[in-house]
Ligand binder design. Structure first.
Ligand SMILES: Cc1cc2nc3c(=O)[nH]c(=O)nc-3n(C[C@H](O)[C@H](O)[C@H](O)COP(=O)(O)OP(=O)(O)OC[C@H]3O[C@@H](n4cnc5c(N)ncnc54)[C@H](O)[C@@H]3O)c2cc1C
Length: 391
């Protein structure tokens, strides 16, 4: 078989969306054929597990290797003729020539030609926070350890952002510290209540009352307009919705104000107005049938692991059909809100459609372990939240 007869599937990213696709496509398709190969491109040598990060930032609670899991052992058994692991980030993409350029972690760059491309580059947290992986495994660990050290030594800890990450982090820190009067925990959030639509008022009120029970101080209708580090302190300038400002001083500051899609490498024509890659109902990039897009980087659904999982599972079934030239099935996108918010290590709330989830159920399904009991299996591509694959 000559190199030109080999069909190369290039996968960009190694998060919850990408890894099950790599493993399942490898064992069920690539290893069974003599003309297929996978090249995985990612700058992070670890599988990063965001779901547990609100607890991981609390020093001493969760070991690093439960949430930052080396990927190399997952691929150790794949023959080099069938699999290549490239540590680097996609820096540009030319769909006309089926080529992706990669900036290598080790320095230099490389051009990779693909037959089929899977974009699963996800999104990163604002302000270089390790809620998601930073570019490399080393950077992520360093940032996390620095935050844990700040939290350990702080008298006052401020979290900015009333979304799920901010609320869960306030809950974890409140559970560990403020409910026992050990440290002051403050959550600054932009609306009157934590979370935002489509969360119902009832769920949002539960978040507020649970955090207050943990003695977390909530500052509603406000944003952090400026953060200035002065020695061991961070001076935060808060701006309220009515335009008034005030300052508070913290020794640890954790912004949790949203995500930015990792799509800078893609041509502008592929992106929507918020820089997400425009996905068709077949999970293909608009206008490019040989480019599949899954997970947070895509425009079709909100950025949740649940959607990343559903899209990955769909692609695992669709890829073999596509490679063989058959029609690709339609993906049924969902706009029904489903989420669970952990509020400390014993309680939580959440929503399914408009139905509010019981605190005990959220603790039992999510808050007990925050997925750290199965993240290593997800990192191996063998399991997702709802599915255990046969191999
Ligand atoms: C703190 C927190 C808690 C969360 N809790 C929940 C929850 O309880 N339930 C839920 O459903 N969802 C939750 N989410 C959302 C969930 O984590 C994401 O939806 C999920 O991680 C998306 O997976 P992904 O693989 O698409 O992207 P990501 O996890 O962002 O992974 C992207 C991958 O692409 C790599 N990459 C980035 N740029 C490039 C590039 N240029 N080239 C190659 N590779 C690149 C990255 O290194 C990474 O490996 C949470 C998110 C956060 C931040």
């Amino acid at each position: 078989m000559t190199a030109s007869e080999v069909k190369t599937i290039v996968v960009l990213g190694s998060g919850p969306a990408a890894i099950p696709v790599v493993r399942q496509t490898m064992v069920n398709l690539v290893l069974k054929r003599d003309n297929l190969k996978i090249i995985l491109v990612t700058p992070n040598s670890n599988f990063h597990w965001p779901i547990a990060m609100p607890r991981v930032v609390v020093p001493g609670l969760v070991a690093d290797d439960k949430v930052m899991i080396p990927l190399a052992p997952t691929f150790a058994d794949y023959p080099p003729s069938k699999f290549e692991f490239v540590l680097g980030k996609a820096s540009s993409l030319d769909p006309a020539s089926n080529t992706v350029a990669v900036e290598l972690n080790a320095g230099g760059s490389r051009e990779i030609n693909y037959h089929t491309l899977v974009i699963a580059t996800g999104a990163r947290a604002r302000d270089d926070m390790p809620w998601k992986g930073l570019t490399t495994a080393e950077e992520t660990k360093q940032k996390l350890h620095a935050l844990q050290e700040q939290i350990k030594n702080a008298k006052t800890i401020v979290i900015a952002g009333g979304g799920m990450t901010g609320a869960e982090t306030a809950g974890e820190l409140g559970f560990e510290y403020s409910q026992h009067g050990k440290k002051e925990i403050i959550l600054v959030h932009t609306e009157a209540l934590p979370l935002s639509a489509p969360a119902t008022d009832s769920v949002r009120k539960s978040v507020k009352s649970e955090l207050e029970r943990l003695k977390v101080k909530l500052i509603p209708n406000s944003t952090v307009a400026n953060a200035t580090v002065q020695g061991g302190d961070t001076i935060l300038e808060l701006r309220a919705a009515d335009g008034t400002t005030r300052s508070i001083t913290a020794q640890a500051y954790l912004p949790a104000t949203g995500i930015i899609p990792n799509t800078e490498f893609a041509p502008k024509t592929l992106l929507d107005s918020k820089s997400y890659i425009k996905q068709t109902n077949y999970l293909q990039a608009e206008g490019h049938k040989n480019i599949f897009v899954i997970g947070d980087a895509g425009s079709l659904e909100t950025a949740t692991a649940g959607h990343a999982e559903a899209q990955a599972k769909h692609l695992i079934k669709a890829l073999p059909l596509y490679i063989d030239g058959s029609a690709v099935p339609v993906y049924e996108a969902s706009d029904k809100p489903i989420f669970a918010v952990t509020l400390g290590r014993s309680r939580g709330t959440g929503q399914m459609g408009t139905f509010k989830l019981f605190s005990f159920l959220v603790w039992f399904m999510k808050g007990r372990y925050l997925g750290t009991d199965y993240a290593h299996l997800w990192a191996a591509g063998k399991k997702t939240m709802s599915t255990t694959f046969e191999k």
